[in-house]
Design a protein around this ligand. Sequence first.
Ligand code: TXA
Ligand code: MG
Length: 381
Amino acid sequence: MQTIWKQITQEDNLNIAIYEEAGAILRKGGLVAFPTETVYGLGGNGFDAGASAKIYAAKGRPSDNPLILHISDIDMLSMITDEITDKARVLMDRFWPGPLTMIFNKKKEVPYETTGGLETVAVRMPDHEVARKLIEAAGTPIAAPSANVSGRPSPTMARHVYEDLSGKIDMILDGGDVGIGLESTIIDMTAEPPMILRPGYITKEMFEKEIGRVITDPAILKKPDEAMKPKAPGMKYRHYAPKAVLTLVESKACEDAKTDKVVSKIVDMATDKITSGAKVGIIATIETVETYTNLLNNRNVIIKMSDEEDSVVTAGEAMMFVIGSREDEESVARNLYKVLRQCDEKNMEYVYSETFSRDNFGEAIMNRLQKAAGYTIVEAD
Ligand code: TXA
Ligand code: MG
């Protein structure tokens, strides 16, 4: 299949025909990838079991992992569920459109192919004009997982979608880079108290301000095992994984000493691998990149920067990937998946990363980083 690539422009008039074409593809059961404020989604008609089957096939995703239905306005919600609690209403008033997915009991019209066989259904109203106009044009809720091949980092640019799904889907709408960069927060509104199944930009504290007590699925805070299965089926898979062996380094030292300890531990571990001839990546921050460079220079290591045009690492060299600022967790979230993909593009064999505070939005960042690392965390102290 030839995948059509359409660039969404600032000129609204030019986009009308694009949305019409994309909407028609969706109504006929085809697949269209589109930007949202969190990550790019791979859309299909959520009420068409055949379209859901195509989504699973294109992603290579296990079909017990349910999809999120995306809506463009509140009226569409009545097609999906008729059990909306008062608390759910408060949350949709406050956070929709936005990076929030809520789980409801489904109406019988929602196919089991979309919900992975569950009686519940995940729903989100994205805060992105392209997503909203596409759903409107299709005239039906759109089932959309992240538009990556299963197991790869979620796409935060249209180019990432192209790399993973070109030739397997009908169309890609390029609406530029996403704003948030991590998937939506999922909260189960069929539970009392409501339960967070996946951390994201909307945090526990933000929910509790609106509706009182909420709890977090204990299984998502640690490595999933048989005894404790995460309630969102997708959370049990080792997502977001780069091909390199990724190791996270943290320190329990006091705030002032912490980052220095982490940096010197990473330099030690990286030097070992470099000496044995491996290609080694370091995920650094604006605050720490210079220290790594100085320490590695002292050890006569050749260092390349990932953002320099055509930079290539050969055996026994290091590459620095600057993910953002330690002072600005949103910058770290926005770049995380892009950096993990770059580690693959640059053929890294071992990658070391700093860790970040788990407070607020940090919980979502660390949740994704830990999964990418297969839960390998080394103490620097
Ligand atoms: O930000 C996002 O949510 C993105 C964009 C495209 O909207 N979508 C996304 O979809 O991340 P996906 O399929 O990659 O992740 C959906 C998650 C999975 O972990 C899945 O198991 C969970 O939602 N989920 C879906 N329906 C569920 C249900 N009824 N009960 C529990 N978990 C559910
Ligand atoms: Mg996904």
